[in-house]
Ligand binder design. Structure first.
Ligand code: NAD
Length: 275
């Protein structure tokens, strides 16, 4: 199965489907990421705070997959915001990942009360110029944070990685991204299992019509919405299921019935409150 790529505003391609490693046990990470790579995933969404970059790195090294066939993201944690600490943090992440460059480096949360995200993004600009990250972006940024970056820095983030699923669709952040060339990455694409999405008739009816699982329908909805997704599972059968999204297509009516589920319901924290 070939995963389509989207083009970042740096010109680099990003596979639209990847594998996320939030809450993957560090002791299990090498095995689980090796499974993902074996199943065909080539895009891994990591973060320093997940404390499993070493396992991701070991799986990459053991896979023998050429570096240019992989797309690796990691993220600057909140406590490391600031110029020097951001430079130190990317060094440490690269060392743990066993890489000379990540494909994408993100500010994990804006942490507005710290008021360091503009300075940190300028450090990411330097990190990109040094070749340690091919593209840079942000995560959990609201429009007000994106507007400040636009006013005070020289680089448009390549992506904004935000909580996004049928119950929380983020029209304001998506519209800003669309207008400025920022791709939207959807974290918690399945709502982290905290809502009964897989039992909703709007989703189960579509799943039955396509002889697919409810999870595949929700992920396919994301793909057709143009989102980048990296669902997480420790279970190889589910990892495989989540990879099989490109041999069926939802109709416009089916897409619309899932889009109509919006209710502004977060599973994660309010980005203004994470500091
Ligand atoms: P998710 O919506 O992918 O949900 C994961 C949950 O869904 C797990 O409990 C898993 O067991 C279950 N699941 C996965 N596949 C399934 C299937 N086919 N059928 C039934 N259940 C299934 O949520 P997530 O892991 O939080 O998000 C995905 C990735 O996004 C993370 O791994 C991480 O890389 C990233 N993320 C980023 C942030 C951020 O702040 N930037 C926050 C959370 C997650």
């Amino acid at each position: 199965m070939t995963v389509p790529t989207l083009q970042l505003n740096t010109g680099h391609p990003i596979p639209q489907l990847g594998f996320g490693v939030f809450l993957v046990d560090p002791a299990e990470t090498e095995r689980i990421v090796s499974d993902a790579l074996e199943l065909g995933y080539r895009h891994i969404d990591a973060a320093a705070i997940y404390r499993n970059e070493e396992g991701v790195g070991r799986a990459i090294a053991a896979s023998g997959i050429p570096r240019n066939e992989l797309f690796i993201t990691t993220k600057l944690w909140n406590d490391d915001q600031g110029t020097q600490s951001a430079h130190d943090a990317i060094e440490l992440s690269l060392e743990k990942l066993g890489l000379e460059q990540v494909d994408l480096y993100l500010i994990h949360w804006p942490t507005p009360k710290r008021d360091l995200y503009v300075e940190s993004f300028k450090a990411l600009e330097q990190i990109r110029a040094s070749g340690k990250a091919a593209s840079i972006g942000v995560s959990n940024f609201l429009v007000e944070h994106l507007e400040r970056l636009e006013a005070e820095t020289d680089t448009v983030p390549a992506v904004n990685q935000i909580e996004l699923h049928p119950y929380h669709q983020r029209p304001a952040e998506k519209a800003y991204g669309h207008d400025h060339g920022i791709l939207t990455e959807a974290w918690g694409p399945l709502g982290q299992g905290k809502y009964p999405l897989f039992e909703l008739p709007e989703i189960t009816a579509v799943a039955a019509a396509h002889e697919r699982s409810a999870a595949q329908v929700v992920l396919r909805w994301h793909i057709q919405q143009g989102h980048i997704v990296f669902p997480k599972s420790n279970n190889r059968a589910r990892m495989q299921e989540n990879f099989e999204l490109f041999d069926f297509e939802l109709t416009d009516v089916e897409q619309a019935s899932i889009t109509a589920l919006e209710r502004g319901a977060r599973v994660g924290a309010d980005p203004r409150e994470v500091n």
